[in-house]
Ligand binder design. Structure first.
Ligand code: NAD
Ligand code: MG
Length: 389
């Protein structure tokens, strides 16, 4: 299968390269994109001789690379959009390992072209779940989740999707899980980036600390499996060994236990679910040395509750949530705002938003731009000490 990899330089991107490297008989990399980190290009091209297109942001670097590798077409942000790769490259499956809103347009284009989409970019579903499901309902493209919780649920549903009472997403609780809310006042980004169980990109690691990530994942599960909000729950689990589970009406549970290693769900998505379940696991349950579960307290992580609004009201609420979060997290990473400002900004903008029902892609892009501007105005006010909440 010919693979187009969007976001090859990131955490999911580099682990996808790893999976492809280990299975050369089944996958051929034919194109990829990187962001500002271009150093991986030479490393990838050394092994993958079939690559013909690469997108990168910097035009002068693109020029340099095309001299070094004349058989490859280097596109840059000067003349192209990242999603142009979807039109130019001859591929069977695109792996979307981009972070944030930048992943949306490519996701839509891949499905419109009737191709397979292995999706790590959960923001695509948060912003445009309705639009994506409409395309799938029209028979356009195929969607395979990479997020570990959703991969685990996919496996469980494959075994038995009858009589499910609830799907439960497990959550580590992020870097500040041992702190109470009053202790969150002065926590800095450097601390928030120390995730207790996973090593991931910076944005998603902050999203885990605020638990916006779990809010996104409830929305993602709602759209992927067409489950109503009332049938999706959250449970805290310290070790990230149980990746999520189903609870059935007969009182039984079905879940997936495996080591926290994203190459498992990436591989499962690349093979479209047609391989034996988990590959990197424990040799025996005695290796687990105890699993810890706690009731989820919504007042400790208030952002999670916004999943209800997005799944019930739909429309453009997901676009607001995503952009407000994206910009607030960037500002927090630069130490421009406090940790709790992230949720203050998101709640303020969600409250002020006038929902647009059945949005088109243009509507979503317009709302995204608008919220981007509004978020920056708030961030500027915070920086000047003029923001009164
Ligand atoms: P990352 O920051 O490590 O990598 C992101 C990639 O996107 C990089 O290749 C970067 O160059 C590219 N990119 C970002 N903005 C871009 C832009 N404007 N134009 C072009 N390229 C751009 O992120 P990650 O941790 O690999 O996460 C990727 C996605 O997968 C996110 O949606 C995340 O929520 C999801 N996810 C990640 C993990 C994980 O373990 N890392 C687990 C589950 C889901
Ligand atoms: Mg996840």
């Amino acid at each position: 299968m010919r693979i187009l990899l969007l976001g090859a330089s990131g955490s999911i991107g580099s682990q996808t390269i790893d999976v492809i490297n280990k299975n050369p008989q089944d996958f051929t990399l034919v194109g990829f994109s990187v962001g500002k980190r271009t150093r991986c290009i030479s490393y990838i091209l050394k092994k993958h001789k079939e690559v013909r297109y690469i997108y990168l942001i910097d035009a002068s670097k693109a020029k340099q690379y095309s001299k070094k590798y004349p058989h490859v077409n280097f596109l840059s942000s000067k003349d192209h959009q990242l999603s142009d790769l979807v039109d130019l490259v001859d591929f069977d499956m695109a792996v979307n390992a981009l972070v944030g809103f930048s992943g949306l347009l490519p996701s839509i284009k891949v499905l419109e072209k009737n191709k397979k989409l292995a999706l790590a970019n959960k923001e695509s579903l948060v912003v445009a779940g309705e639009l994506i499901n409409k395309l799938l309902d029209e028979g356009k493209g195929e969607l395979y989740p990479i997020d570990s919780e959703h991969s685990a649920l996919w496996k469980c549903l494959k075994v038995n999707d009858q009589g499910v009472k609830k799907m439960i997403l497990t959550a580590s609780g992020g870097a500040f899980r041992k702190l109470n809310r009053s202790e969150l006042k002065d926590v800095k980004a450097a601390e928030a980036l120390k995730h207790p169980t996973w090593k991931m990109g910076a944005k998603i690691t902050i999203d885990c600390a605020t638990m916006v990530n779990k809010c996104f994942e409830i929305i993602e599960a709602g759209y992927l499996y067409r489950y109503p909000y009332s049938k999706i729950g959250v449970m805290l689990h310290d070790e990230s060994y149980l990746h999520s589970y189903l609870s059935y009406l007969d009182g039984s549970f079905r879940g997936e236990i495996s080591k926290p290693d994203m190459r498992n769900p990436i591989k499962f998505a690349l093979y479209q679910g047609n391989i034996p379940f988990s590959t990197q696991s424990f040799s025996s349950l005695t290796d687990l040395k105890g699993l810890h579960f706690h009731e989820f307290d919504p007042s400790r992580y208030p952002l999670v509750s916004l999943a209800k609004l997005v799944l019930l009201k739909k429309g453009t609420y997901g676009a607001v949530l995503n952009r407000a979060n994206e910009e607030a997290v960037h500002a927090y990473l630069k130490d421009e705002i406090a940790f709790l400002d992230i949720e203050r900004i998101i709640f303020k903008l969600m409250k002020e938003h006038k929902n647009v029902h059945n949005p088109s892609l243009d509507d979503l892009i317009r709302v995204d731009n608008d919220v981007n501007n509004k978020t920056h105005l708030i961030i500027e006010k915070i920086k000047k000490g003029e923001m009164r909440w």
